[in-house]
Design a binder for this molecule. Sequence first.
Ligand code: GLY
Ligand code: MN
Ligand code: MN
Length: 272
Amino acid sequence: AVEIAEMERACAATAVGFTAVARALPEAGAAGRGERWVEGVFGLHARHLGNAVGYDTIAAGGDHANTLHWIRNDGVLRDGDLLLMDAGVEVNSLYTADITRTMPINGRFTPAQRRVYEVVLAAQSAGIEACRAGNAFTDPHKAAIAVLADFFEELGILPGTAAESLDPETGGFHRRWMVHGTSHHLGLDVHDCAQARSELYREGSLEEGMVITVEPGIYFKSTDLLVPEEYRGIGIRIEDDILITDGDPVNLSEELPRDPDAVEAWMASLLG
Ligand code: GLY
Ligand code: MN
Ligand code: MN
């Protein structure tokens, strides 16, 4: 219970930081090197409310979102692009949140951005639904990538069907656009228990009291000629921190909106 309360505190502080970032977007865009600006805004709140950031903040405007772990953060924030922000406040007890939101820099998604966003959100919701005690650790990942693979099949960019891509032995084609795992343990360390034995981690099962992330993404590089042109340069991840219970999963970071209409409404309320 003590640890869960600290994780709730970390998520609440991180929500304050993200809200400050969204509010600062016009200023960050105008300042130039806006990725650094929003990194700084988040860092200010992390230091003020907690101990520090729990890990290097990823502030990725536009195509930078398609570089995994973009922490150089030296790009500009352009009207019409998205900002992928992956950041967490580590509270004074050293527990950390790990949250990603992808937000339209001008407050409104384009139709193409919204289409990709909705697929990532559906994948994440399927992953969160699988966060149940007794399920395999890999079940949220399997649920999420099934949704992504269906979308890639619909776009006609897989060399075969979604089912063929999801075959663990002979598939994996979807990994071109979803280049990481969906979940990791979270707590005192952002990649908590990363050295644990495989049978207790990747081959293990979910237990009540664990906190894991669910963080699918779609990464369509601007240079990827397999991807329909309208989607090139769009990179989206949504990441939340999920508590496993004896019943339904609890989203510790649900304070920050995920639904695209809710993201736009939240941003409109902040940007005026
Ligand atoms: N922020 C690092 C990660 O999401 O794993
Ligand atoms: Mn993570
Ligand atoms: Mn993250």
